[in-house]
Design a binder for this molecule. Structure first.
Ligand code: C2E
Ligand code: MG
Ligand code: MG
Ligand code: MG
Length: 269
């Protein structure tokens, strides 16, 4: 139906199976929070000037009772088709801020936010409330938004990001380089950081064209006064390239995978 009237497709059992499998996944996901099946894993982000942990990214993990671990690359797109992503997004945000407030260092906590959570003023309000409850300093919270946000012209989205930024919360542009967005629109948003997508980092050592892109993004960050993070750094050779090109931070298996954490104990009443 979504493909329009003219683009009818003959009914096939495979299509039916595909749809109902996704529907079942969504049903199960709706119950995952209450059933205690969700967790948050943290992956370090390294400052290249000194080699220390500058930040940790919160990554949602779901252990399904029958399917086992389901990748967020599979279930996040399902959740993004409805308001379910808003519920999940708030759950992660609350958990991540509570955990970060209990860390023994002052690293930033980076939380992924879907564009569906933006535009109606509810996220700035929720963040305000969570920061108040956890006592986490606003500057320690960073919200990651994928590059597709730039092609979404809903007015309230920029407003919400400006509100959050005015509170002192950091905003970063995730998966930069794969979304075909207009560079001009970058300036309309209060980005503190750009995260270059792992696909460029992966090939930067062997392919001069990928290395050129890595260099240009580092320069773009310097010229715009925006910090740059390289995603998916797996080898010392890749690290050498992004370091030489002047990236400020790096994330990837070379430094550590995302590690599931037990929730921080609730503060004593
Ligand atoms: P992302 O935000 O770009 O997160 C980075 C992904 O790359 C993570 O996958 C991480 O485990 C993986 N990664 C990190 N370093 C390396 C590396 O060196 N090599 C390789 N091959 N992979 C690396 P993960 O945890 O499977 O998450 C996938 C995507 O799902 C995330 O991509 C993000 O877009 C989304 N996601 C995860 N958690 C959340 C969440 O709480 N909310 C929302 N809205 N999206 C989330
Ligand atoms: Mg991210
Ligand atoms: Mg990313
Ligand atoms: Mg990515």
């Amino acid at each position: 139906k979504g493909a329009g009237k003219a683009a009818w497709r003959p009914f096939t059992p495979e299509l039916e199976t595909e749809r109902s499998d996704e529907e079942r996944l969504e049903q199960d996901l709706r119950h995952a929070i209450a059933a205690g099946q969700l967790g948050v894993a943290y992956q370090p982000i390294i400052g290249l000037a000194h080699g220390g942990v500058n930040a940790r990214e919160a990554l949602l993990r779901w252990t399904h009772p029958a399917r086992g671990a389901v990748s967020p690359r599979k279930f996040i797109p399902v959740a993004e088709k409805s308001d379910l992503i808003r519920t999940l997004g708030l759950w992660v945000l609350d958990r991540a801020c509570r955990d970060a407030a209990a860390w023994s260092d002052t690293a930033r906590i980076c939380v992924n936010v879907s564009v569906r959570q933006l535009g109606d003023g509810s996220l700035p309000r929720a963040v305000q409330e969570i920061l108040g409850q956890t006592g986490l300093a606003p500057r320690r919270l960073e919200l990651e938004i994928t590059e597709t946000v730039l092609s979404n012209t809903t007015e309230g989205i920029v407003d919400d990001l400006q509100l959050l930024h005015a509170m002192g919360v950091r905003i970063s542009l995730d998966d930069f380089g794969v979304g075909f967005s207009s560079l001009g629109r970058l300036r309309a948003y209060p980005f503190d950081r750009i995260k270059l997508d792992a696909s460029f980092v992966r090939d930067a050592v062997e392919r001069p064209d990928c290395r050129a892109i890595v260099g240009v993004v580092a320069e773009l960050g310097r010229r715009l006064g925006i910090e740059t993070v390289a995603e998916g750094v797996e080898t010392p050779a890749q690290l050498a390239v992004i370091h030489e090109e002047g990236f400020t931070e790096a994330q990837g298996y070379l430094f550590g995978r995302a590690i599931l954490s037990a929730p921080a104990a609730a503060p004593a009443a």
